[in-house]
Design a protein around this ligand. Structure first.
Ligand code: MG
Length: 385
């Protein structure tokens, strides 16, 4: 059996840990630059404000309902996520961190599965104050389905165990095919065109046909729905093929110089991200577009891909400064030092001249909370009476 543990409204939950006054009150977290809503408390979901809604469009509604707004604070969320994963790891034989707030747990050899899962949930709640939901089933795909119900059906009390077939089928019949893990929008359309509307319909498709009509992943999903595990825990940790930095700007950029230095600033961040993940790249793509939410303005979108002149070995680093490819290690050390300085003294302490003015306007983060867990100066204060 495999469990999928998923934190409920994770970013909102992280903010609430340090703002207990917001428990059971409407809370939303915005994307970078305070652009869109990326995490909503149940109260905000109940208002009908959709995921990804542009903030400026819903500002009034959110204000009318006294919704507490936070800018995204990834240092805080990353740290809370690390604590949560460490905690799970200390209780189970094997976990695979799937995203910032999700982990698959290998339950082979565990005797009382439900008791263990209850214990994990309770301990995370007691130690970190983060509410979670757990779905348990024979395969990862089915564990995802179980988690879907754990979150939505109050009677399950946040743990849904799809143990045997009549129960599994019942769950699959009530789930539309597009909700199945790995079934994207395009495939959903095609499947619906063929009369495959629910996860149960998909389960009954011949896996080989699925492979012929779609791909090997499609085939695996069908097998997994049938209880045959074909996604090993480590399989999923496939090498990342691409990484990106995207922002909606807090103001309209009309000057080419400003656009240039802004792109240089984001390229710098991207380089830092690549180095953190130990990745190298040969291709860089830059995309720009006007705001699609300002439909009355003339619209423009364009992109350009560049092949970098030099890049060092498979394990090597990008060589952005020097033209001397024979000295890669020197540039590696330089970047290492730069990253270290910027990490210790704040992003943008040292930057390349190309970023120029780009750094004078910062990401808009009007509603940022304190770095409670990562800075000695911002430890939360507790008063006891
Ligand atoms: Mg979640």
């Amino acid at each position: 059996m495999i469990a999928l543990l998923d934190a409920n409204n994770f970013f909102v939950s992280c903010e609430r840990v340090f703002r207990p006054d917001l428990m059971n009150k409407p809370v939303a977290v915005l994307s970078n630059n305070d652009g869109c809503l990326i995490s909503r408390s149940n109260e905000v979901k109940a208002l009908g404000v959709p995921m990804g809604a542009p903030y400026f469009k819903y500002k009034e509604i959110l204000k009318d309902h006294n919704v507490a707004i936070f800018s995204s604070h990834f240092t805080l969320y990353g740290d809370m996520s690390g604590r949560m994963m460490d905690l799970i790891d200390s209780l189970v034989p094997r976990i695979e961190v799937y995203s910032i707030d999700e982990a698959f747990i290998d339950l082979s050899g565990v005797r009382d599965i439900e008791a263990l899962c209850n214990h994990i949930r309770n301990l995370i709640w007691r130690s970190l104050g983060i509410p979670t939901s757990i779905g348990i089933a024979k395969t990862k795909t089915l564990a995802k389905v179980a988690n879907h119900y754990a979150k939505r059906v109050p009677a399950f009390k946040s743990i849904c165990y799809l143990k045997e077939d009549p129960r599994v089928d019942q769950a699959l019949k009530l789930l539309s095919v597009g909700e199945v893990w790995g079934i994207g929008r395009q495939i959903t359309k095609k499947l619906e065109g063929q009369g495959i509307l629910t996860a149960y319909d998909l389960k009954r498709v011949d896996p080989r046909c699925m492979r012929q009509n779609f791909n090997v992943v499609g085939e695996r999903i069908v097998r997994e729905l049938n209880g045959v595990s074909c996604l090993e825990l480590e399989d999923i940790e496939a090498l990342k093929k691409s990484t990106q930095v995207t922002r909606s700007f807090s103001k309209t950029i009309t000057e080419l110089d400003e656009l240039r230095s802004t792109i240089a600033t984001y390229a710098t961040r991207l380089g830092q991200k690549l180095r953190e993940q130990g990745l190298v790249t040969k291709n860089v793509m830059v995309c720009i577009r006007t705001s699609k939410f300002r439909a009355s303005d003339p619209q423009y979108a364009n992109s350009h891909t560049m092949v970098l002149p030099s890049f060092v070995g498979q394990e090597g680093q990008l060589d952005l400064f020097s033209r001397h490819v024979e000295e890669p290690f020197q540039s590696e050390k330089l970047w290492e030092a730069l990253d270290l300085v910027n990490k210790r003294y704040g992003r943008g302490t040292v930057f390349s001249a190309a970023c120029g003015k780009g750094l004078t306007w910062k990401d808009q983060k009007k509603h940022l909370s304190q770095p409670y867990t990562t800075s000695w100066h911002h430890l939360p204060l507790v008063f006891a009476k």
